[in-house]
Design a protein around this ligand. Structure first.
Ligand code: TRP
Length: 329
């Protein structure tokens, strides 16, 4: 198995779209021993949340990953900022990375395009951290000589940038860095939110992973439907689309058939959907609550992960320093 690494930003309460689109596929791909996971709190700083929020979200995300099945003995789970050497690596790598490469990164381009579309200066409100984001991500990956990076489609370009970053460094200083590869699971669909658009915090259409049965029912009841009575055939809609990604395949096929033949009302379909989401989330919700009740234990898990991760990164950092003439040989 190739060495794999996955980072997840601790921004916002994790929701069902994050779980199905990113957390679950990453956990599945990382069944192998030695896969690394980290909570990307340095990356989260580009949106400058409060210190308290950062710490809370780090613990919450770590607990979420464990609750959904991350095995912290077989795999390594750590907090990114416990490896400050990543920032050193970021600086060194930024000196061999073309600025133009970063100009072309999607996240930065989207921010400047949005500014221009609203008649503002291109870089207004864009911090340099957002611009340098892909170099830090390259450091995350390259530090561990990771070969495979399981990511969603939206992060594929960042891994390609990490490849370019490694190749430019190696061209100048010799073959020091391992060139990684993105692993994108094409079967993972876009997870629809309550309004039918992609589930995303920025659209406010998400179902938080922490939602209890009542909140799930309340959120699902918000899905807008037409006024067809139960006996009338129905078009596939948001209820059915979400049901397809959370229910067993046979159940999804069954509901689809009942939609087509006019064998189900929207109220019943929503109840089925809420029930399926509840069954998917309930076991992890309990485990998550237990973990959050003992933050000290969770911090110890992260500290053990950090010790392993630092040991894993150390040879790369040493080789990069030696190759570039930093420190005495
Ligand atoms: N940029 C990723 C995201 O927003 C998070 C991330 C940071 C990451 N560093 C990484 C993912 C390294 C994979 C490998 O989702």
């Amino acid at each position: 198995m190739p060495r794999t690494i996955t980072g997840i930003k601790p921004t916002g309460r994790p929701h069902l779209g994050n779980y199905l689109g990113m957390i679950r596929p990453a956990l599945e791909l990382a069944r192998s021993d030695g896969a690394m996971f980290f909570v990307a709190d340095y990356h989260g700083l580009t949106i400058t949340p409060s210190a308290q929020e950062v710490r809370e979200r780090v613990l919450d995300l770590a607990a979420t990953l464990i609750a959904f099945g991350l095995d912290t003995e077989r795999n390594t789970l750590y907090r990114q900022s416990d490896l400050p050497e990543l920032c050193e690596l970021t600086w060194i790598l930024s000196c061999t990375t073309a600025k133009g490469l970063l100009n072309r990164a999607h996240a930065y381009k989207a921010a400047t395009a949005d500014n221009l579309a609203h008649g503002r200066e291109a870089d207004q409100g864009v911090n340099a951290g957002l611009f340098n984001y892909p170099v830090l991500m390259a450091a995350d990956i390259l530090a561990h000589r990771a070969e495979a990076v399981p990511v969603g489609r939206d992060q594929r370009q960042h891994v390609e940038i990490a490849r370019d970053v490694a190749e430019s460094f190696n061209r100048i200083y010799g073959p020091v860095l391992v060139v990684p590869e993105a692993v994108v699971d094409e079967r993972v669909m876009t997870i629809p939110g309550l309004d039918g658009r992609k589930m995303s915090k920025s659209y406010g259409n998400q179902i938080p992973l922490s939602a209890g049965p009542d909140e799930i029912r309340r959120l699902v009841s918000r899905i807008v439907t037409d006024s067809r009575p139960p006996s009338e055939p129905k078009e596939p809609d948001t209820i059915l689309a979400l049901y397809r990604v959370v229910a067993a395949e046979a159940d999804a096929r069954d509901l689809e058939r009942r939609y087509r033949t006019g064998g189900v009302g929207y109220a019943e379909a929503k109840a089925l959907l809420a029930g399926a989401i509840e069954r998917l989330l309930a076991p992890a919700r309990r485990r998550h609550a237990e973990l959050m009740a003992d933050p000290q234990a969770l911090k110890e898990v992260l500290a053990r992960g950090a010790a392993r991760a630092r040991a894993s990164a150390a040879p790369t950092v040493a080789a990069v320093r030696a190759a570039t003439g930093l420190g005495w040989a």
